[in-house]
Design a protein around this ligand. Structure first.
Ligand SMILES: NC(=O)C1=CN([C@@H]2O[C@H](COP(=O)(O)OP(=O)(O)OC[C@H]3O[C@@H](n4cnc5c(N)ncnc54)[C@H](OP(=O)(O)O)[C@@H]3O)[C@@H](O)[C@H]2O)C=CC1
Ligand SMILES: O=C(O)[C@@H]1CCC=N1
Length: 272
């Protein structure tokens, strides 16, 4: 089952990112199906990637080898219950939802299931994603391999040893693209405020962000502190800017943001 028939239940931002990674990297489009209530996202997926689309969760799931549960956590129970009368014994279930514990799905489906929890991020869309994966001991090596192959088309994957660690994956990778977007957005706002046009401000900020990320990736032998201090001439402009960020306790703020991110995942685990 190396090229399994995959069905995404829910066709929002994250499944679109995964589907883009899959098809762009040569996964056969005719083996990918997405379902969604509204038509716009389905039309776009069909036009952009040539995959099958429909509104019928049950028929699509019944036809698939791998069912990727891709709706918002608050809709998950309803969607799973809708599929619960299908024979799922030969299917692999993959969830991308934040928060909901693996054991909860067993209750939703009212039958024994094989489920892998994943936590991807939207850069998967352009092949530089990061996905955390968790499977308990009941999941076969073959199913783990299928899931890993699917997620790897969009970037890197990391298996975590305990389910709790998936919450750290959310804080470090699932949610974190948004932190970087906010930072870049703030930089662009400053550029515009001080007189640059938006296009120029964005070009400057985005290239600096890309360059900084590539510097981190391509210099594993250098600490982040070293990379930072290499930019900071003594008594220069960067030192003044970085001092300002430190005085404003950027580190403390990031720590608090990530702590709250994890707390929210824990709350969601109790709610859904
Ligand atoms: N966005 C991200 O960066 C990440 C998201 N996730 C997880 O991915 C999941 C989806 O998030 P995301 O894609 O961002 O959410 P979106 O809000 O973009 O998409 C949710 C989709 O689910 C559809 N939907 C609603 N009801 C049903 C139903 N009954 N059957 C099938 N589809 C339905 C919605 O359709 P309609 O528009 O018609 O209402 C919508 O297209 C969440 O569980 C989230 O935790 C995980 C990692 C990262
Ligand atoms: O914000 C969320 O809940 C989802 C999970 C990680 C990214 N988006």
């Amino acid at each position: 089952m190396t090229q399994a028939k995959v069905c995404f239940i829910g066709a929002g931002n994250m499944p679109r990112a995964i589907i883009s990674g899959l098809v762009t990297n040569g996964y056969p489009a005719d083996k990918v199906h997405a379902t969604n209530p509204s038509v716009g996202k389905l039309d776009a997926l069909k036009a952009d990637f040539g995959i099958q689309v429909s509104h019928d969760n049950v028929a699509a799931a019944d036809d698939a080898d791998v069912i990727v549960l891709s709706v918002k956590p608050q809709l998950m129970q309803m969607v799973c219950e809708q599929l619960s009368h299908l024979d799922l014994s030969n299917k692999l279930l993959v969830t991308i939802a934040a928060g909901i514990p693996a054991a909860r799905y067993q209750d939703y489906f009212k039958q024994p299931i094989k489920l892998i929890r994943t936590m991807p991020n939207t850069p998967t869309q352009i092949g530089v994603g990061m996905t955390g994966l968790f499977a308990d001991n009941s999941i076969s090596a073959e199913h783990k391999q299928i899931c890993e192959t699917l997620m790897k088309t969009g970037g890197e994957v990391v298996w975590v040893k305990t389910e709790d660690e998936l919450n750290q994956v959310i804080a470090l990778a699932g949610s974190s693209p948004a932190y970087f977007f906010l930072f870049i957005e703030s930089m662009i706002q400053h550029g515009i405020k001080t007189g640059l046009d938006e296009q120029t401000a964005r070009a400057l900020a985005q290239q600096a962000a890309l360059g900084a990320a590539q510097m981190v990736v391509q210099n594993p032998q250098l600490s982040l502190e070293k990379l930072r201090t290499n930019v900071m001439s003594k008594g220069g402009t960067t030192a003044r800017a970085v001092e300002t960020l430190e005085e404003g306790d950027l580190r403390g703020l990031v720590d608090q943001a990530m702590t709250n991110c994890i707390k929210r995942a824990e709350e969601m685990a109790k709610t859904f």
